[in-house]
Design a protein around this ligand. Structure first.
Ligand SMILES: Cc1ncc(COP(=O)(O)O)c(C=O)c1O
Length: 334
């Protein structure tokens, strides 16, 4: 029985959903949404704050500032509340309203960026705002999840070994790329500790520049970046799949109709994984794991709302999403 006294002390690291019955592939979904912040970002938040405290960077007057699509901000606001730090979270208009409200309920201050800036898009604009805050007040401390090695180290220490323990014969690992903290931590672990028999595949959103793609509009927070994250090191990643957001929405709806309400990036990662397996191992039984960053309750106003799907992706995508529970998702087409 886990008994804790701080929110970041609990994380369910041993839960996998078997997708074989739904999709016909031996694909296991590692669920990272079962902690108080409801997402994979609790690990990065705890790791970066602990390291900053050890380095003596934080004191009682410090005000943490961070750019976030929402989930890291929520995790940081919990830990800051528990440890008595002030926290300013710089989000943009794609961040879910409930996440912004939760950050404020936990005592954080939310700065909302409503205009994208140049080729860096919303992320570029958020980073500019953080830089201005840091320059204006020496109490501001920016942990900078995009450049902070303690982001990926959290996954090197926890997520990857948890997968390795459960799947010692793993052949393929699919990881979504936002800051690439999860991807780099897991990829480094499997390459350094396990060796080359595990193929590590990054999954990105179309419109993200991380793997060299052209910048484009993206509405689902979490995966993808308008500015390549400094912690990203392509040498550890074997392949990449880029997924259109409309396909993400279809997969989320299909998973939901089977009883699993997952977040947007889970839809992206599952779509990319099925497509990659179909292309590289058609009909083969290859042990594969995909990482699910969060659950779906924060996306009820977006991915799971008909009007939003219609507005953003058009009528056809909406109809496809609604019928996704009944239609088989064909790997390679999705
Ligand atoms: C929902 C969700 N999915 C995926 C990611 C990407 O994780 P990482 O930043 O470790 O690449 C994030 C990061 O914010 C996220 O919030």
């Amino acid at each position: 029985m886990p008994i804790i006294s701080a929110p970041q002390d609990f994380h369910e690291d041993e839960l996998f959903v078997d997708l074989r019955e739904l999709y016909g592939w031996p694909l296991y979904l590692k669920c990272e949404g079962f902690n108080f912040a409801g997402s994979v970002k609790m690990k990065a938040a705890g790791s970066m704050i602990d390291a900053a405290e050890r380095a003596g960077v934080l004191d009682r007057d410090s005000i943490l500032v961070e750019s976030s699509s929402g989930n890291l901000g929520l995790a940081l606001s919990m830990i800051c509340a528990a440890r008595g730090y002030r926290f300013v979270c710089v989000v943009d208009s794609r961040t879910n309203l409930t996440t912004r409200q939760a950050i404020e309920s936990l005592g954080g201050e939310v700065h909302l960026i409503t205009e994208a800036s140049g080729p860096g898009g919303f992320l570029g604009a958020r980073l500019e705002h953080v830089r201005r805050l840091v320059a204006a007040d020496p109490r501001h401390v920016w942990l900078n999840q995009h450049a902070n090695a303690d982001n990926w180290k959290a996954h090197y220490r926890t997520t990857a070994p948890a997968i390795h323990r459960q799947f010692p014969g793993l052949r393929v690992l699919f990881v979504g790329a936002g800051t690439t903290g999860t991807l780099m931590g897991c990829a480094r672990y499997f390459k350094n500790v396990v060796g080359s028999r595990v193929t590590v595949v990054g999954v990105d959103s179309v419109g993200s520049v991380t793997f060299g793609g052209r910048p484009g509009p993206r509405m689902i927070p979490g995966l993808g970046a308008g500015v390549r994250p400094p912690i990203f090191d392509p040498r550890f990643v074997d392949d990449v799949v880029s997924v259109h957001e409309a396909d993400t929405v279809r997969t989320c709806h299909r998973l939901a109709r089977s009883g699993f309400l997952f977040g947007g990036s889970t839809g992206t990662v599952v779509t990319g994984a099925l497509r990659w397996l179909d292309r590289h191992h058609p009909g083969e039984d290859v042990p594969a794991v995909a990482i699910s960053p969060d659950l779906g309750d924060r996306y009820l106003d977006t991915i799971y709302r008909t009007a939003w799907v219609q507005d953003i992706y058009g009528l056809d995508e909406c109809a496809a999403a609604r019928s996704a529970g009944a239609d088989a998702v064909t790997p390679g087409v999705n």
